[in-house]
Design a protein around this ligand. Structure first.
Ligand code: HEC
Ligand code: HEC
Ligand code: HEC
Ligand code: HEC
Ligand code: HEC
Ligand code: HEC
Ligand code: HEC
Ligand code: HEC
Ligand code: HEC
Ligand code: HEC
Length: 394
């Protein structure tokens, strides 16, 4: 039985690219060590799968396809239901039931957010007193942070196969493939309105068409990006492009040619079109700093408020640690007044080094961060836990 399951599973994977599959039985997703494994438990023997005499399900999922992966945060689920199917709802990972956003005759449209990693989507309805359900497994790849291996082929909707399921009611392609044609956008927005409906709409979306970045005639998958996303961004953001070339230090993700890990290219609820509020987005990758919030007693106010960009530049810098100004300048920009009563020397070379490892200026002089932790500490005043005795033999 165990071996049999694996064979049936690989069959599904092969077929998944070409046709809609209707898994029979419950989909079980296992999430182990960063790699998702989907196992479909069959109620029926393999031979019965193809020439099944069982009555066809009164529900059919038209999009997306089960056992595929995507990096999008949301997905539309379009279902056709036979007459007599009532009370259709969708449940993501056994969460709350949601109603269709739109229904037209027997076609029902849902939209759901996906969790990173494996997702099970169940569409449930009832005919009389029996429950009918369809399930799909969709794997969401992370755009930021964790990179998981996708266990399934990628889901592309804009292919002949899928689009023809919607043709009876929707125009999926603009009439002309002209870049300047403003009607391009209106065709796309018949379906993709949610993508551009957040508070901050990116410049070219507000004034231009989708075809500035998406290729209207790519094959076989339509509307692919014209260039790698990083190159697209730099095409218009020439100031950033220039600074990347001339700055001494480049932030990790930009060094890896990524902009859209942090920025949403269409619209976003956050300032600067960030995928998460500034500050929170930093923690997605800088996990060790996140742990300071729980483990350290004293948090520096700007750190506590997650105003990372008061001190760091998210893109590039000529200073160490991507600081916006030199170490001491950055601290003095907020603490000039406090420094008048400061008891300890700064900017001078100490007679002896501190009894623990600390960072000094290039000439060995005392920096603010030689004594203070800029983020958080165990001791008062962002100093070591032991207070004066951490540095002085008392
Ligand atoms: C029976 C007709 C019909 C079919 C078939 C159909 N739709 Fe729709 N769809 C509609 C109607 C009506 C609307 C709402 C009016 C509009 O904005 O065009 C809509 C709206 C949508 C929206 C926008 C939903 C929203 O809430 O923002 C999406 C996305 C969509 N359809 C996708 C699809 C896809 C994908 C298919 C094919 C798998 C499909 N539809 C098949 C009739 C249909
Ligand atoms: C009938 C509705 C509909 C229309 C019209 C439509 N799309 Fe889509 N599009 C979808 C659905 C459904 C997906 C799958 C992803 C999802 O569910 O959000 C998708 C996915 C995409 C993707 C991701 C790649 C892919 O193929 O899955 C791109 C890019 C895209 N659409 C661009 C466009 C552009 C550009 C236009 C206008 C020229 C357009 N779409 C018109 C429904 C539509
Ligand atoms: C400034 C360039 C740019 C413009 C203009 C643009 N896109 Fe995109 N689009 C992208 C990038 C980059 C991606 C790559 C995926 C990502 O990281 O979100 C993308 C991905 C998508 C996707 C895949 C789903 C997702 O959430 O990732 C859809 C759908 C899409 N675009 C539709 C549109 C539509 C519709 C328009 C016009 C209203 C449009 N785009 C205009 C850059 C653009
Ligand atoms: C066709 C030209 C064009 C392309 C391509 C483009 N942008 Fe923009 N971008 C603009 C314009 C225009 C603005 C608005 C400028 C302003 O408001 O100062 C803007 C603004 C922004 C902003 C600032 C938003 C704010 O609220 O301050 C960010 C962030 C951004 N773009 C990121 C990107 C990323 C990431 C990409 C690549 C996926 C990209 N842009 C591709 C033209 C472009
Ligand atoms: C590590 C995350 C991250 C990456 C990667 C990233 N940005 Fe940003 N970006 C930010 C943050 C955070 C802000 C807001 C800065 C602030 O709050 O002071 C921002 C602001 C911006 C702005 C508006 C303010 C300004 O500086 O002009 C633009 C334009 C921009 N980014 C473009 C880009 C482009 C183009 C790329 C890729 C070359 C990119 N970003 C990559 C995090 C990122
Ligand atoms: C997509 C993942 C990612 C995100 C999001 C991210 N970083 Fe980074 N960051 C990196 C990588 C990778 C490095 C380079 C590796 C290293 O040097 O530790 C780095 C390096 C840094 C450094 C320099 C460390 C050093 O030792 O020189 C600072 C400072 C920094 N990031 C701050 C931020 C801030 C502030 C944000 C939020 C605006 C942010 N990061 C968001 C991945 C990320
Ligand atoms: C008050 C200014 C300030 C704020 C606010 C701040 N940092 Fe820093 N950060 C620094 C300084 C200064 C250093 C250099 C530390 C050193 O010399 O040891 C640094 C170092 C770093 C480093 C590299 C060394 C390490 O500890 O891993 C990262 C990554 C980093 N900061 C990320 C962040 C993030 C993310 C935030 C927001 C939650 C943040 N910083 C907020 C000033 C600041
Ligand atoms: C964006 C403004 C800002 C920047 C930049 C800044 N600080 Fe602060 N800092 C504050 C605020 C606000 C407080 C809490 C109020 C206070 O004590 O002044 C604080 C508190 C402190 C304290 C603790 C005071 C106490 O009695 O507990 C120390 C020490 C400190 N900062 C050192 C630094 C150092 C070192 C730097 C440079 C790496 C720096 N600050 C950069 C805003 C800033
Ligand atoms: C040689 C070690 C050392 C250096 C370098 C140093 N400090 Fe301090 N700082 C201390 C000690 C010790 C205290 C707490 C004892 C005290 O109040 O006198 C303190 C206290 C503070 C306080 C809290 C003062 C108050 O009255 O609440 C602030 C703010 C501060 N430092 C900022 C800075 C800034 C900004 C720099 C760099 C320009 C800096 N420190 C450099 C050791 C240092
Ligand atoms: C983070 C380390 C650190 C802490 C904590 C610290 N100091 Fe200092 N202190 C120094 C350094 C470095 C000097 C400069 C000594 C030198 O030039 O060699 C200094 C100098 C002094 C001096 C001047 C005399 C001398 O030894 O040169 C006094 C007095 C002093 N500290 C008292 C204190 C008191 C009281 C506390 C607790 C409130 C304290 N310090 C906490 C690092 C520290």
């Amino acid at each position: 039985m165990g071996r049999f399951k694996i064979r049936a599973e690989s069959l599904y994977l092969l077929k998944a690219q070409r046709s809609i599959l209707r898994p029979r039985g419950r989909i079980v997703l296992l999430w182990a060590g960063g790699i998702g494994v989907a196992v479909s438990l069959f109620a029926m023997p393999l031979a019965a799968q193809s020439g099944s005499s069982k009555a066809p399900s009164p529900l059919a999922v038209l999009a997306p396809v089960t056992f595929t992966s995507t990096s999008a945060e949301n997905v539309f689920v379009v279902v056709s239901a036979n007459d007599g199917v009532k009370d259709l709802t969708l449940r993501l990972n056994d969460g709350p039931s949601v109603m269709p956003r739109r229904s037209d005759r027997n076609i029902h449209h849902f939209r759901t957010r996906l969790a990173i990693g494996p997702n099970v989507i169940r569409v449930i309805g009832s005919t009389g007193n029996t429950t009918v359900a369809e399930e799909l497994a969709i794997f969401r790849l992370a755009k930021v942070g964790m990179r998981a291996v996708a266990p399934f082929p990628k889901y592309y909707f804009h292919t002949d196969l899928f689009e023809k399921r919607c043709k009876s009611c929707h125009e999926t392609a603009p009439e002309t493939a002209s870049e300047k044609d403003p009607t391009v956008k209106s065709v796309c927005l018949k379906c993709h309105t949610p993508l551009v409906s957040e508070k901050f709409v990116h410049g070219p979306i507000a004034v231009g068409t989708c075809s500035i970045c998406h290729n209207l005639s790519s094959e076989p998958n339509r509307y692919q990006l014209k260039q790698a996303s990083f190159d697209l961004c730099l095409l218009c953001h020439t100031k950033t492009a220039e600074a990347l070339k001339t700055s001494k230090f480049t932030h990790g993700p930009l060094g890896a040619a990524l902009c859209d890990v942090c920025h949403e290219p269409h619209s976003s609820p956050n300032l600067a079109s960030l995928r998460q509020p500034s500050g929170e987005i930093c923690m997605v990758c800088h996990k060790t700093l996140e742990s300071l919030y729980q483990t350290r007693t004293y948090l520096h106010i700007p750190f506590k408020q997650r105003m990372c960009c008061k001190c760091h530049d998210p893109h590039y810098s000529d200073e160490n640690f991507l600081l916006k100004k030199t170490d001491d300048q950055i601290c003095r920009s907020c603490h000039q007044e406090a420094m008048e009563e400061h008891t300890h020397p700064v900017g001078v070379i100490p007679k002896r080094k501190l009894p623990f490892e600390a960072r000094y200026g290039e000439g060995g002089e005392l920096l603010c961060v030689t004594c203070h932790n800029p983020h958080a500490s165990e001791g008062e005043h962002l100093l070591p836990k032991e207070g004066c005795s951490a540095c002085h033999m008392m």
